[in-house]
Design a protein around this ligand. Structure first.
Ligand SMILES: Nc1ncnc2c1ncn2[C@@H]1O[C@H](COP(=O)(O)OP(=O)(O)OP(=O)(O)O)[C@@H](O)[C@H]1O
Ligand SMILES: [Mg+2]
Length: 516
C-alpha cells in the first residue's frame, strides 16, 4: 500500500509543504530516495533503516522507494528521516493511515531511534498552519518553537518508538502547550550600564536618539574615549519588540539555527557585533544554499561594526543596497532568495590610523594624505546613509575620576520606550501585514509618503532646512533622513509638531566637514 506523509522544506524563510510518498519497488532490500534530495537527505536511507530496527520494529525486506514531491523544490537537511520512517510504518500497516491525516512531520533520527533537534521549525509550523494542517509532529527540543504558532497541535517526540506508541494509541503523548514566560532581566543584558560611563553626555544623547527611532550612528574619536563601551551599553536601552517583530526575528534565527537553547522566542532586540575579518557572505548572507548573514541576524536590532574602516571596502559596500531596501536578495543559479535586513547600524572608528587626529591633547602623527586615505575607506554613499555622526572626544580626568553617577540605562530606556510607543501608535494604521520586513515600525522605517505626512515643518523650520541644504550641500537622501531624525527628537520630547529646536538638533548630527 502506498503511504503518503506530509513534511516541509524551507526556502529562504518560508516553509514549503513536501509530500513524502513511500511504496515498494521491484527488488530486494534497501531504500531509494528520489525527488531532488541533497546528500543529507540521501543519508536518510541508512539512518531510517537502523532507527526502525533499533526501535524494535520490523523493516520491510523488499525494496522501498521514497518520492519527495514537488520534485522542483530542493530538499536539504535531515528533516525527512522521521516522515520517511513513518511512511514505511504506514505502508507496512504498523501505523494506521488515518493517524497521519492533516499532520505535518519533521525530524532527524539517530541510529538508536531517538529524534534530534531540527532547525527552521518556526517557519515550517507557520506553513503547516497556513496550509490547513491541524497537527505538527516535531522533535521535543523544538516543540516550544512550533507552539508559537496558534491553533496548531504540537506533538513533541523524543524517539521513534514513543511516536509509534502514540500513533497506535498505546501511550499517547501530551500536546505541547505554550508557557508564556515573562521577559527576563537577562534578555536586556548589556555588559555596561550607562551610569558607569563618565562624561560624553552629548554622545549618550545621540545614542538615545538613535535607539528611539532606529537611526544609524557613526561614532568617531580617539582611542580609549569610550566608543566601544557606549555601543556595547546600547542593548540596555533598546525599546521592546512587539510580538510581530519578535516572530519576524525568531524566524530568521530558527532558519540560521542560531536560537539559543531553551529560547523558543527571541524577545529582545538582537545586538550583533561581527569582527572586521568577517567575509562578505558572512555579513550579508550567502553560501551555496543561501543562509542569512549578520545583517539579517541583526534584523529589528543593532548591527555594531567596531573599527569601521577595517572592514573591507567591498564588504561594506554590499551593505548599501540592504540599508536602503531593508532587505537583501541573494541570487543563485537555482533562483533568488530574499531575507529581511532592517537593522540599525552602529559604527565606531578612529579618525586616522594613529587615532589622534583632532585630539585636543595628543598630536596626530599621520600625514595628511594618510588621514584622508583612511577616512576614504568609508565611501560617501555609505556615510550618506548614516543619520547621526558624532564625535567622541577624550574624557578629561575630572569627569573620569568624579563620583557623580550618571543616569542609568533603565531610566534612559523609559524615555526611549515612550518615544517608540508614540511611533508604534502612529504607524499601526499603515502597516501592511503581508510583507513583514517592509512594515513601518519606527521613524527610521518611514518612506517618502510617510515623511511627507508625518514630518511637516513650520515656516521657521522650512527656512532652516533650506539654508542647511545649500550650506552643508545635503543630498536628497540626507534631507529625508534629517526629517526622520527630527521626528524622533520631537517624539522624545513628546511633541506632536517638529519644532525648530528639534530640527536644529537633527542637523547638528550631520557629518562635519570630513577632511580631504
Ligand atoms: N567615558 C568613560 N567612562 C568610563 N570609562 C571609560 C570611558 N571611556 C573609556 N573608558 C575606559 O576605557 C576603556 C576603553 O574604552 P573603549 O574600548 O570604549 O574605547 P574606544 O573609544 O573604543 O577605543 P578604541 O578607539 O581604541 O577602540 C574602557 O573599557 C573603560 O575602562
Ligand atoms: Mg573600540
Amino acid at each position: 500500500m502506498l503511504a503518503r506523509i506530509f513534511s516541509c522544506a524551507v526556502i529562504g524563510l518560508d516553509g514549503v509543504i513536501v509530500d513524502v510518498e513511500v511504496d515498494y519497488a521491484a527488488g530486494m532490500g534497501g531504500v531509494i530516495i528520489v525527488g531532488l534530495p541533497d546528500a543529507a537527505v540521501q543519508e536518510s536511507r541508512e539512518r531510517v533503516q537502523s532507527a526502525v530496527k533499533n526501535a524494535g520494529l520490523p523493516f520491510p525486506r523488499r525494496r522501498v522507494i521514497v518520492n519527495l514531491a514537488p520534485a522542483a523544490v530542493r530538499k536539504e537537511g535531515p528533516y525527512y528521516d522521521l516522515p520517511i520512517a513513518l511512511g514505511v510504518m504506514v505502508m507496512t500497516g504498523l501505523v494506521p493511515a488515518h493517524a497521519m491525516e492533516k499532520t505535518l512531520v519533521l525530524g532527524e533520527l539517530s541510529l538508536d531511534g531517538s529524534v534530534r533537534h531540527a532547525k527552521g521549525v518556526l517557519p515550517m509550523a507557520a506553513a503547516a498552519r497556513q496550509n490547513g494542517f491541524k497537527r505538527i509532529i516535531v522533535p521535543q527540543a523544538d516543540a516550544a518553537e512550533a507552539a508559537l504558532i496558534p491553533d496548531l497541535e504540537v506533538i513533541p517526540v523524543t524517539s521513534l518508538k514513543a511516536l509509534y506508541l502514540h500513533l497506535t494509541e498505546d501511550t499517547p503523548i501530551e500536546p505541547h502547550t505554550v508557557t508564556d514566560a515573562p521577559i527576563t532581566e537577562n534578555d536586556l543584558f548589556a555588559p555596561t550600564d550607562f551610569s558607569e560611563i563618565k562624561g560624553q553626555e552629548h554622545v549618550k544623547r545621540a545614542v538615545e536618539v538613535a535607539a528611539a527611532g532606529g537611526h544609524n550612528v557613526l561614532m568617531m574619536g580617539s582611542p580609549g574615549s569610550g566608543k566601544t563601551l557606549l555601543a556595547r551599553a546600547m542593548p540596555g536601552i533598546l525599546p521592546e519588540m512587539s510580538i510581530d517583530e519578535a516572530l519576524d526575528v525568531t524566524r530568521i534565527y530558527s532558519v540560521a539555527d542560531a536560537l539559543p537553547p531553551g529560547t523558543p522566542l527571541i524577545r529582545h532586540r538582537p545586538f550583533r557585533a561581527p569582527h572586521h575579518t568577517i567575509s562578505h557572505a558572512g555579513l550579508v548572507g550567502g553560501g551555496n544554499w543561501p543562509h542569512p548573514g549578520e545583517i539579517s541576524l541583526a534584523h529589528r536590532g543593532v548591527l555594531f561594526l567596531d573599527e569601521f574602516p577595517e572592514f573591507g571596502t567591498r564588504v561594506l559596500e554590499v551593505m548599501r543596497q540592504p540599508m536602503e531596501d531593508k532587505l537583501v536578495t541573494i541570487s543563485r543559479a537555482q533562483g533568488s532568495l530574499t531575507f529581511p535586513a532592517n537593522f540599525q547600524l552602529v559604527a565606531a572608528m578612529n579618525p586616522c590610523p594613529c587615532g589622534y587626529y583632532g585630539d585636543l591633547l595628543k598630536p596626530c602623527t599621520c600625514a595628511h594624505s594618510t588621514v584622508t586615505k583612511y577616512q576614504k575607506r568609508i565611501s560617501g554613499p555609505l556615510l550618506d546613509r548614516i543619520d547621526i555622526h558624532i564625535e567622541v572626544p577624550r574624557v578629561d580626568y575630572e569627569k573620569l575620576s568624579s563620583d557623580r553617577v550618571g543616569e542609568t540605562s533603565a531610566s534612559i530606556r523609559q524615555r526611549v520606550q515612550a518615544a517608540r510607543d508614540i511611533q508604534t501608535q502612529r504607524y499601526s494604521s499603515i502597516r501592511n501585514s503581508n510583507i513583514d520586513s517592509l512594515n513601518i515600525m519606527c521613524n527610521a522605517d518611514m518612506r517618502i509618503a510617510e515623511i511627507r505626512r508625518f514630518c511637516k515643518l513650520d515656516e521657521a523650520g522650512e527656512s532652516l532646512i533650506k539654508a542647511a541644504m545649500s550650506q552643508l550641500q545635503l543630498s536628497a537622501r540626507a534631507y529625508h533622513r534629517i526629517l526622520k531624525l527630527a521626528r524622533t527628537i520631537a517624539d522624545l520630547a513628546g511633541s506632536e509638531a517638529i519644532e525648530t529646536g528639534h530640527l536644529a538638533e537633527a542637523l547638528q548630527y550631520r557629518p562635519k566637514i570630513m577632511i580631504g
